[in-house]
Design a protein around this ligand. Structure first.
Ligand code: NAP
Length: 319
């Protein structure tokens, strides 16, 4: 049976749940389709569920655990009447409001929801290298989240792959645990900001494997090393690490919307005039539309904006 809702929110990270708090307080009874647990960051609660300490979310002078922060946001949204459904948006029809939203079998003739407004807050997920061994050893030495898994690599030599701010941030964090961190970067120059570069260069436990790509993650039951290839000469070498942290960027979770909502060339939802998308009545917030800031606090801020935009959109139509 199709349920009629005023506001449907896809995604339950800081953006989606903040949108839920605001629209619930505005008596719009939002439904949050929160996602489904998976091995990557595309899951209920978003990427903060894969994080330990969050030290830069305002209001927590001693830091807060990522999952704890998300649980609190979820309770806050529910307290004001938001419904949270554990499912993934599998199909949408966005020609005009009310929009059809499927959260189960996409081949079903009728949508699960008929939504007057849709807020897309499906976030982004970590990119992977796609080399042999990586998938098989994910969780057995291969990780995309230093803050979640760094603790398991006490006094070990680990590799971080990438040359952007994420890679350097992960590497610097991992020095708390590891005996040595080798940053493997495919070029001879970093993409990261100057301040992060300076920190990494001056850290005694960080070294660089410049101009190298990971060709294979080695190991049977757990990571025993990585096979590196020199980006120009093709020369091979083995780096004997017990952990590999992949930090080569993120992909926005937009495939289900790609036919109907304008995306940029990297697949992020294009927003204009606040959180409006190319479809009237569809709004987007958080990492799904933000490749630049990607912070919990900016995601939450844009979730608030999307909620206010949706509320005003409904009000203007007397809904
Ligand atoms: P990014 O800036 O896109 O950097 C990705 C890095 O991974 C690049 O160095 C890239 O190499 C490398 N890479 C991509 N695909 C690869 C592959 N298949 N094999 C090997 N290397 C590969 O991504 P990010 O570091 O996640 O940062 C994204 C945005 O968030 C940036 O705007 C960043 O400033 C921001 N951010 C900020 C902070 C902070 O301020 N504390 C922390 C994290 C992220 P090339 O350089 O050769 O392209």
């Amino acid at each position: 049976m199709t349920a009629h809702v005023k506001v449907l929110i896809a995604g339950s990270g800081p953006a989606g749940l903040t949108a839920a708090v605001y629209t619930a307080r505005a008596q719009l009874r939002p439904v949050v389709v929160e996602g489904e647990p998976s091995s990557t960051s595309d899951q209920p609660g978003g990427q903060l569920m894969l994080t330990t300490e969050v030290e830069n979310y305002p209001g927590f002078p001693d830091g807060v655990l990522g999952p704890e922060l998300m649980t609190a946001m979820r309770s806050q949204a529910e307290r004001f009447g938001a419904s949270i459904v554990t499912a993934k948006v599998t199909k949408v029809h966005l020609e005009s409001s009310p929009f059809g939203v499927w959260s189960s079998d996409p081949s079903a003739p009728d949508p699960d929801y008929e939504a007057e407004t849709l807020i897309i807050a499906t976030g982004a997920q970590a990119l992977m290298l796609g080399v042999p061994g990586e998938d098989r050893l994910l969780g057995y030495g291969v990780s995309t989240c230093a803050t979640c898994d760094g603790f398991f690599f006490r006094d070990q030599h680990i590799a971080v792959v990438g040359g952007g701010d994420s890679a350097l941030e992960e590497a610097l964090f991992l020095t708390r645990f590891a005996s040595k961190v080798t940053i493997v970067h495919r070029r001879d120059r970093l993409r990261a900001s100057r301040i992060m570069q300076e920190r990494a260069f001056s850290h005694p436990d960080i070294e660089f494997a410049w101009t190298h790509q990971v060709a294979e993650v080695l190991g049977d039951a757990k990571v025993a090393g990585v096979r590196l290839l020199h980006s120009t000469t093709g020369e091979e070498r083995i780096l004997p690490v017990t952990g590999v942290f992949v930090a080569i960027g993120h992909r926005p979770n937009t495939s289900v919307f790609s036919e109907e909502v304008e995306l940029d060339d990297q697949g992020y939802v294009v927003t204009r005039n606040g959180t409006s998308t190319s479809v009237d009545g569809v709004f987007a917030c958080g990492d799904v539309q933000d490749a630049t800031y990607r912070q919990a606090v900016t995601a939450a801020g844009s979730g608030c904006m999307a909620a206010i935009d949706a509320e005003r959109w409904l009000e203007a139509r007397g809904s």
